[in-house]
Design a protein around this ligand. Structure first.
Ligand code: SAH
Ligand code: SF4
Length: 355
């Protein structure tokens, strides 16, 4: 990455303040980029000409290029983004609620969006069920490349600058394997002069890098945590997720127990339900035991089959039985509707098509 111009999106406002003098310019630049959606430095009208020239020389504004875009029947839109070194990665806009107006045109329910973003190109973790794993690891995304996914998707869909979207780090890659850049992105996202997305609207999903869960917890950023658990015994989890050999279930849960969470929030446990592997009530029973004492909510995910996938989708019946067992034993549990199935934008199905 050394030969390329850095993106101005790579910097937190504090960093920018120390790079650009006088420092109040950083606030103005942030506002032009994130709140006025400018596409060129020369549109930053309240900056002196000399500074604009300097910025143009030193930085690029947008590190991403939309290479392709696909809309699913359920409204979600998948973006394939090209990076400056010709790699690519994907992000998805998931409309959660449509705007509803009354007869007089007053908004009675505002629209809600979640943006699912990538943190790496590829992934090192090698989970057996995941398409991203198949292509191996290419590189970490920079903070700017992470932030730009949300900015570009907001711009492209004319989502008003003051509309706060939710963010889930559930695209390609393992966010906690790129901890520094992800943490920086969380800070840039939440800047009040920028996109102004509170950390409480940002969910970091991890395959369970216990040590980095601990590190992230110590930073006490206020982000939400999601754990991709997927199995209730180490033997099965190891087969699905090699990372379990380094950090077993007990060590992950231990890190979760020490993770600071808002009194009104819960840690989300993602549980990929796979036919004949982890979809029985015995597993549900074990799961209830494991989560004892943790403020948890469980998200059951239907395994999404893909061409030559080694696993099968569970029956609806098993899914519902699994959910009922958890609920009857006091564990909040939802079944995730897989959005964007027809365009392969559903969980774990992001895959680069062009390269
Ligand atoms: N690397 C992080 C973030 C990616 S999140 C993590 O694993 O948590 C992507 C989510 O989709 C994870 O919960 C992952 O386990 C899940 N997933 C992967 N492949 C899938 C598939 N084929 N069907 C459904 N979910 C899948
Ligand atoms: Fe990486 Fe997550 Fe896929 Fe596992 S499930 S290979 S950690 S992206």
């Amino acid at each position: 990455m050394k030969n390329y111009k850095e993106s101005i999106l790579d910097f937190t406002k504090d960093e920018l303040s120390s790079l650009i003098k006088p420092s109040f310019r950083a606030k103005q630049i942030y506002s032009w980029i994130y709140q006025k959606y400018v596409n060129n430095f020369n549109e930053m009208k309240n900056l002196p000409k000399q500074l604009i020239v300097e910025l143009e020389e030193r930085y690029r504004l947008n590190p991403l290029k939309v290479l392709a875009k696909e809309q699913s029947r359920d409204g979600s839109i998948k973006y394939l983004f090209g990076l400056i070194d010709d790699l690519s990665m994907e992000a998805v806009l998931l409309p959660m609620k449509k705007e509803v107006k009354d007869e007089e045109g007053n908004i009675i329910q505002s629209s809600k969006y979640t943006v699912c973003i990538s943190s790496q190109v590829g992934c090192k973790m090698g989970c057996a069920f995941c398409l991203t794993a198949k292509e191996g690891f290419k590189r970490n995304l920079t903070p700017g490349e992470i932030v730009a996914q949300v900015l570009e998707i907001k711009k492209d869909n004319n989502i008003p600058t003051n509309k706060r979207v939710n963010i889930v780090f559930m695209g390609m890659g393992e966010p906690l394997d790129n901890l520094d850049n992800v943490v920086k992105a969380v800070k840039i996202f939440s800047d009040p002069d920028g996109l102004c997305i509170s950390p409480r609207r940002q969910t970091i999903s991890t395959s369970g890098l216990a040590y980095n869960i601990k590190k992230l917890g110590e930073m006490d950023l206020g982000v939400l945590l999601a754990i991709s658990l997927h199995a209730v015994d180490d033997g099965t989890r190891e087969k699905l997720m090699p990372i379990n050999k380094a950090y077993n279930i007990a060590s992950v849960l231990d890190a979760v127990r020490n993770f600071p969470i808002d009194a009104r929030k819960r840690v989300m446990f993602e549980y990929l339900v796979i036919k004949d592997l982890n979809d029985d009530v015995k597993s549900a029973k074990k799961l209830v035991k494991l989560l004892h004492g943790i403020k948890a909510k469980v998200n059951l995910i239907y395994f999404n089959e893909y061409p030559n996938s080694p696993f099968k989708r569970p029956s609806e019946n098993n899914m519902l039985n699994f959910q009922s067992y958890l609920r009857e034993h006091g564990v909040t549990c939802t079944i995730r509707e897989s959005k964007g199935l027809d365009i392969s934008a559903a969980c774990g199905q992001l895959y680069e098509k062009v390269n």
